[in-house]
Design a binder for this molecule. Structure first.
Ligand SMILES: [Zn+2]
Length: 266
């Protein structure tokens, strides 16, 4: 199962994952198309921290919440810091109280809440536990993968809601692909430390002290180690660096660019 572009005349285009969690939740990934931002943020930039005009970002977020038929104040984002810190939205009041918290994972059992992760090359992880009706999203670039944010999320879902990983569905968003994601010695060492047995499969040697890193495979291994069944993990084949017509790419634009949102709603 891979993400599919929904592109209808007069509607905001976005990617969605058909049948994710047996269709009980909506897993969405916005593209760079259909918004009002200009220049390197053109056009559906959803990140306020990028240097883009804040009014444009607000307008873009409204386009997304309208398209998903959700209240503007129910789109929840974090202040992402490449950590393994997870935020749980346990009560309606938490939507206001915990919006913008420092962290890289969001968990909730609440309905009609668009929990979201902002990214441009980094991978977002979607999790759904149908037994306890709990959803989660996590931000996992190479630092998040090295910190095993996916495992932290599953652990917190278990602590707070009694989730069992073997019951959970997972999906990995479009991200920088192994075709393009060139890394140096620092990433090589971090990956080697986190995956002492499998790091050779995750890093393809390019020469000159460079490797191509497979972020999807890394996150998939972390999910499986935590107990998620391989057949319950969907992996997107979209590469955000190859497809800059469709996606913002941090690397592809040398850092000055917008952000997409990975969104999960139940
Ligand atoms: Zn690529």
């Amino acid at each position: 199962m891979d993400f599919v572009l929904k592109n209808e005349l007069g509607q905001l285009p976005y990617l969605y994952l058909p049948g994710f969690g047996e269709g009980k939740v909506r897993a969405v990934f916005t593209t760079r198309r259909g918004g009002v931002s200009r220049g390197c943020y053109s056009s559906l930039n959803l990140g306020y921290h990028t240097g883009d005009d804040a009014d444009a970002v607000t307008a873009n977020r409204r386009l997304v919440t309208d398209a998903l038929n959700i209240g503007e104040d129910r789109l929840i984002t974090l202040n992402q810091v490449h950590s393994d810190r997870v935020v749980v939205l346990e009560r309606e009041e938490d939507l206001q109280l915990k919006k913008g918290s420092r962290g890289d994972g969001l968990i909730t059992h609440l309905s009609n809440v668009a929990i979201s992760i902002l990214c441009a090359d980094c991978q977002a992880i979607y999790l759904y536990d149908p037994s306890n009706r709990v959803i989660a999203v996590a931000h996992a670039g190479w630092r998040g993968a090295a910190a095993k944010i996916a495992a932290s999320c599953l652990q917190e879902m278990s602590n707070v809601y009694g989730s069992r990983p073997a019951d959970c569905y997972a999906a990995l968003s479009p991200a920088a692909g192994p075709c393009c994601y060139e890394v140096g010695e620092d990433v090589y060492q971090a990956v080697k430390e986190t995956f002492p047995e499998t790091f050779r499969e995750l890093l393809e040697e390019k020469g000159n002290g460079k490797w191509f890193f497979n972020i999807s495979q890394s996150n998939c291994l972390i999910l499986q180690d935590a107990g998620v069944l391989r057949e319950n993990i969907s992996i997107s084949s979209f590469c955000t660096i190859c497809r800059q017509d469709l996606f913002f790419s941090y690397r592809g634009s040398r850092g000055e660019t917008g952000r997409m949102a990975a969104i999960l709603i139940q």
